[in-house]
Design a protein around this ligand. Structure first.
Ligand SMILES: Nc1nc2c(c(=O)[nH]1)N[C@H]1C(S)=C(S)[C@@H](COP(=O)(O)OP(=O)(O)OC[C@H]3O[C@@H](n4cnc5c(=O)[nH]c(N)nc54)[C@H](O)[C@@H]3O)O[C@H]1N2
Ligand SMILES: Nc1nc2c(c(=O)[nH]1)N[C@H]1C(S)=C(S)[C@@H](COP(=O)(O)OP(=O)(O)OC[C@H]3O[C@@H](n4cnc5c(=O)[nH]c(N)nc54)[C@H](O)[C@@H]3O)O[C@H]1N2
Ligand code: SF4
Ligand SMILES: [Mo]
Length: 727
């Protein structure tokens, strides 16, 4: 047998193939971490088509985190100020099922909530939907994808009639123009970026445009960096459209035959003349014209985006405005072209397929659609009407539901909301009010454990076999290669056991995750994400495979969607959206004169539950910081490493300054990675607000208004001081 087990990196949505082998190999030197402890050997899988053997520092060091600070046993306590005591699984599940029954009787199923994550595997996600939306009749399953990809999901559904990124990674090496907006691909999707950057370097005709208020490592590599003011993306995109129309770079044949709603869009675009747009975005007219020229003259254009677009109070509108440009120029359904959202988490795509948001059902179905509900009810052999016709609570609505007492039970799995939710002081207060919180995680402690009544130890990556789908719709079987520590169990097994104990034994009679997956794929049959031809066995035999992959049509080319230029809308046409820009939800004012933006660093993963325990990565990013432009720093009278207090209307934090021209004047940046366990008062989300996009309900985590106070000084800086410094 091969000594290496094939799997997928459990960090970002690039989905790089990995191979793992045990620490002590006969006749070979043992790998050790910095403390000398033997660790699993992990290397890139050369046969994985998405990554071709490449890995970044996170994938390369993953095995160092597997055994540190794990949660080993179920633990319970009666109140949040009591100590946890260790209990058996039987006792913990008994307490949980009792509580579920009590809440059902006293408040109804609608008071039961589960908050999951794009780091669950597809089987975990699927059984959580079956339990919550099916058996319990509560659509209150939401995931941290609400904070991440939900604007992309809403944008695709509205423009194309269905979710699903239409492109593939090969397009990175086939395009004539890569348009990267609101994405720091070099740090956050490093292997996607490697593929693109290598090709860009070799092919001089290929253009790379980066739209980001910061000069990130991604922007460094671009032919054109548009450092727009935060929140002016729609202005920019409409401005590019204006020029494309004026210079007649548009594809009228495609518009006529394959789209709808063009006149309304054209009417909006009229108002976005280059001068107005350049002023609004804070860029030059020449740069705007260059962007339009690169787009217009290229045979193929690929746009890539992530959180700078999605995490916005107009996130869905931004996504649709990107798609508009592709429709205007016929840049979709062919090699090297299309709108391509870069998925954040390793299996957020699988979550979407399994229906893992409060408005979705498995197989790219919608809670609101009568036929979709009936199909799922029949398949699950539940009575018609069992699934509620209203979307459940979104992540933030669960928090406000705790405030009002409408949430009686909150079950959190594979996410750390006491760091990652917006408006953290409010979030924490709400969590403190929770009558009963179950927290199912692989590690202990995490910040959220402090708000739990019950802790359930989860088996994590490498300890359970399951499926993950990456950004290019490629489905990979991730084989277990080691035992879960002590009493930890796979998430799907926990959900199944609770289902059985609640009286649904026949619906959760799975012996292994392959059986769970086999049931799930049947629900994708004849759906846009058809995977009915896939199974653990098939994936084991043929390797990672892109969907659609129907059982009856195995040889369909699944590289790209919409190659026939027919879409999933009722009329088969892609729909133009007509949006004016609205800008930021919380605009700077004299009291809060700076825009704070938040994001990621190359080495760290989110709330550091793994990467904070890896020495190499800790050295790479030893502490939190705040990026500030030299002009703003001068106005505040501060220099590198001087400390600043940052205040918003909701909270405060403090950081040492990193004075850099990489950020635009008036904007400051802090990383999101430092929760209360990793630094004092350095939580980005102590400052952010919860205003969200009306369509996707995704909060605007990318911008809020703040004031900056040098720690030695007492008074905040006002706009007039700022402006005098910028003159
Ligand atoms: N190293 C690392 N990689 C990761 C992760 C991680 O934690 N660490 N997490 C993964 C996950 S879940 C996700 S969602 C992705 C996120 O991947 P990215 O979206 O690439 O990462 P972010 O740093 O959150 O934000 C990207 C950029 O948006 C810019 N931005 C802010 N405001 C605006 C705006 O108004 N307009 C535009 N155009 N840009 C703006 C920021 O300056 C920032 O550089 O990364 C994934 N990969
Ligand atoms: N200010 C600001 N806030 C943000 C963002 C931002 O850009 N700025 N980005 C948002 C986005 S895009 C995201 S995706 C979120 C991420 O935020 P979180 O989801 O809160 O971050 P993670 O640290 O990835 O948390 C994952 C948890 O799952 C656990 N875990 C890992 N594997 C398993 C498993 O197999 N089973 C179980 N049960 N647990 C497991 C880990 O130990 C960890 O505690 O943050 C959001 N918050
Ligand atoms: S690029 Fe993403 S998937 Fe690939 S090794 Fe790095 S973190 Fe893992
Ligand atoms: Mo994300």
């Amino acid at each position: 047998m091969n000594e290496f087990t094939k799997t997928l990196c459990p960090y970002c949505g690039v989905g790089c193939g990995l191979e793992a082998s045990p620490p002590a190999q006969h006749g070979k030197a043992t790998n050790r971490d910095s403390q000398g402890t033997p660790i699993w050997r992990v290397r890139g899988d050369k046969s994985h088509p998405s990554s071709q053997g490449m890995v970044c520092v996170k994938g390369a060091t993953i095995s160092e985190s597997l055994d540190k600070n794990r949660l080993h046993y179920p633990m319970v306590r009666n109140s949040l100020d009591a100590e946890f005591r260790r209990v058996s699984w039987d006792e913990a599940l008994h307490i949980i099922t009792n509580r579920i029954q009590t809440v059902r009787l006293t408040q109804g199923s609608q008071a039961i909530c589960m908050y999951g994550s794009g780091q669950l595997q597809t089987e975990d996600y699927y059984l959580a939907q079956k339990l919550m939306k099916g058996c319990l009749g509560s659509n209150n399953f939401d995931a941290n994808s609400r904070l991440c990809m939900s604007s992309a999901v809403a944008g695709y559904i509205q423009s194309f009639g269905a979710d699903g990124p239409p492109c593939c990674y090969e397009d990175l090496e086939l395009t004539d123009c890569a348009f990267l907006i609101g994405t720091n691909t070099a740090e956050c999707h490093p292997i996607v970026f490697n593929r693109l950057a290598k090709y860009h370097k070799k092919n001089r005709h290929v253009k790379m445009i980066v739209v980001d208020p910061r000069r990130t490592p991604t922007a460094e590599a671009a032919d054109l960096h548009l450092a727009i003011r935060p929140g002016t993306d729609i202005d920019l995109l409409n401005g590019i459209a204006h020029l494309l129309m004026r210079e007649n770079y548009i594809d009228t044949g495609f518009i006529d035959d394959c789209t709808s709603n063009f006149p309304a869009y054209a009417e909006v675009i009229r108002h976005y003349s280059p001068e107005v747009v350049a002023h609004q975005c804070g860029i030059s007219v020449e740069d705007l014209e260059t962007a339009a020229k690169y787009w217009g003259k290229s045979k193929s254009v690929l746009s890539l985006w992530s959180m700078g677009v999605n995490q916005s109070a107009e996130g869905t509108a931004k996504v649709r405005t990107i798609i508009n440009l592709h429709l205007l120029t016929g840049q979709i359904g062919k090699p090297g072209a299309g709108p391509f959202s870069l998925t954040g988490q390793p299996n957020a795509m699988g979550g979407r397929e399994a229906g893992g948001l409060a408005h979705l059902l498995p197989g790219y179905r919608l809670v609101k659609n009568d036929q979709h509900r009936a199909e799922v009810e029949d398949f699950w052999q539940l009575p018609r009407g069992q699934i509620s016709p209203s979307p459940g609570l979104s992540a933030w609505e669960m928090i406000t539901g705790l405030e009002t007492g409408n949430v009686g039970l909150l079950w959190i799995a594979a996410t750390n909301p006491a760091v990652s939710m917006p408006d953290l002081e409010r979030t924490k207060k709400a969590l403190l009010k929770s009558p009963f919180t179950v927290y199912q995680d692989a590690y202990y402690p995490t910040e959220t454990a402090a708000y739990a009544h019950v802790l359930l130890p989860a088996a994590q990556w490498g300890e359970k076999t399951g499926i993950m789908t990456n950004s290019e719709r490629r489905v990979t079987l991730c084989q277990a290669f080691r035992q879960p520590p002590r009493e930890a169990k796979p998430d799907w097994e926990i959900f199944a056991e609770v289902g059985r104990r609640l009286g649904f034994a026949d619906k959760f009679a799975f012996r292994n995750s392959a059986e769970v997956y086999a049931e799930f794929v049947q629900l994708t049959r004849h759906r846009p994400c058809d995977m009915s031809g896939l199974s653990h066995e098939v994936l084991q035999a043929q390797g990672p495979t892109q969907w659609p992959h129907p059982v009856d049509d195995k040889f369909r080319d699944a590289k790209r969607l919409y190659t026939d230029l027919r879409f999933h809308t009722p009329d088969g046409r892609a729909k133009f959206a007509a949006y004016y820009s609205r800008g930021l939800a919380e605009v700077p004012d004299p009291n809060y004169p700076f825009v704070l933006t938040t994001g990621r660093l190359y080495g760290h993963w989110h709330t550091q539950t793994r990467t904070g325990r890896i020495e190499k990565i800790r050295q790479m990013h030893p502490q939190p910081f705040l990026e500030i432009h030299p002009r703003d720093a001068a106005a505040l009278g501060i220099e590198d490493d001087d400390w600043l207090e940052v205040r918003s209307r909701r909270g405060y934090a403090k950081f040492p300054a990193k004075v850099t021209k990489a950020i635009s004047p008036g904007t400051v940046f802090v990383p999101m990675h430092w929760g209360s366990l990793w630094a004092d008062d350095a939580e980005a989300n102590a400052l952010t607000h919860s205003e969200s996009c009306p369509d996707s309900l995704q909060p605007e985590l990318k911008a809020c208004a703040v004031q900056l106070i040098p720690i030695s000084q007492a008074t905040p800086v006002t706009t007039s001081q700022l402006q005098s410094s910028q003159r």
